[in-house]
Design a protein around this ligand. Sequence first.
Ligand code: KE4
Length: 427
Amino acid sequence: MFDASKQLFEKSQRVIPGGVNSPVRAFRSVGGTPVFFRKANGAYMWDVDGNKYIDYIGSWGPAVLGHAHPEVVKVVQDRAADGMSFGAPTEGELEIAERLVSLLPSLEQIRMTSSGTEATMSAIRLARGFTGRSKIVKFEGCYHGHSDSLLVKAGSGALTFGHPSSAGVPPEVAAHTIVLAYNDLDELTRTFTEIGDQLACVIIEPIAGNMNFVMPTKTYLDTLRSLCTKHGCVLIFDEVMTGFRVGLLGAQGHYGITPDLTTLGKVIGGGMPVGAFGGRRDIMAHLAPLGGVYQAGTLSGNPVAVAAGLKTLELVAQPGFFAALSATTAQLMSALTAAATAANIPFSATSLGGMFGIFFAPSIPANYAEVMQADRERFNRFFHAMLNQGIYLAPSAFEAGFVSAAHTTADIDVTVKAAKAAFAALA
Ligand code: KE4
């Protein structure tokens, strides 16, 4: 079933570290050989052995429309024909900046990057430059890309490999990063009482998707917002994953909270390399060439990537888009839960918009420690049982899943049928 993938993986490991260009793709957490894909369209992907899958990763979030949406493909082809990259201002950059500012009320200004990592790294530097402070706060299990200051007790691939902090990060850099437990109100309040006036920023996934799917309480986020305001600390919502995924207004719209800065990525590039960070004008004014915080990028605002992003943002903003997406995702969650219950498997599932979390645990975790209590071994067996039936889930118990607008009720039914067989094998 996976012969061609195995051969390609064998060769790739000779010239690419671990055979992959991003660690979470390596299947290290779930075991087995990573599947090499050749084609994707709508809700489906085809691997190099010709196997077809219903895809619930969506390239880790960007494919919210479904893969290779014809309107997105067309604008990419047309734009590329007029030049791939200019390294100079283009009209498209103005258009996507105006579009994002119009869609997210917290954005007064925005700067484009080529990845989510660049966006969060830049936002941290900007917060430090704006406040003149060095200390930052992040949360255990949250992942914000792989810049040094943020690879401390990180989630996603770092968590998958069981060493949530990275080698190569100088201790004197990591020393400025304080890591708190997600959703722990006492620890948060105590930290601000002790060092609130020393904090440049707090960066948080306002809905965590890198320790699987964990939602904060509204009280927690409200308290975080008021403490940041009181202490002059910049509140950064990392919405690289949740932006235009959990809803048109992201997690900040769901909770009704205005961050000082927001980082974006994934969906806003429609599958092309795009990130962005933005927010309060008085903070953004500190960015070069206006201010002393340097930040740059050869391909930032790349016209082809921006064209893909603009078309994607146009389509997700259509009336009813997220209502329909949320309904499909919720339908999948309830059907999977019913199937697991019928098989007497401890299982819980949750979702918001087109993002979901499934746990081999009796209830939805509220933080990293509770996520770690879920049955990882059972998830791994479930993952392979589903993969062998043509259902492609995230190859890690510590990742959220994604549904696209292209997923149909028939796809959900096929998925649930496969899950029933997989649960039966787990019982
Ligand atoms: P990128 O540099 O991978 O574009 O974005 C980093 C990032 C920042 N913030 C959040 C909330 C993110 O989820 C991410 C990246 N997400 C992972 C998936 N868990 C990307 C997958 C990968 O690392 O290959």
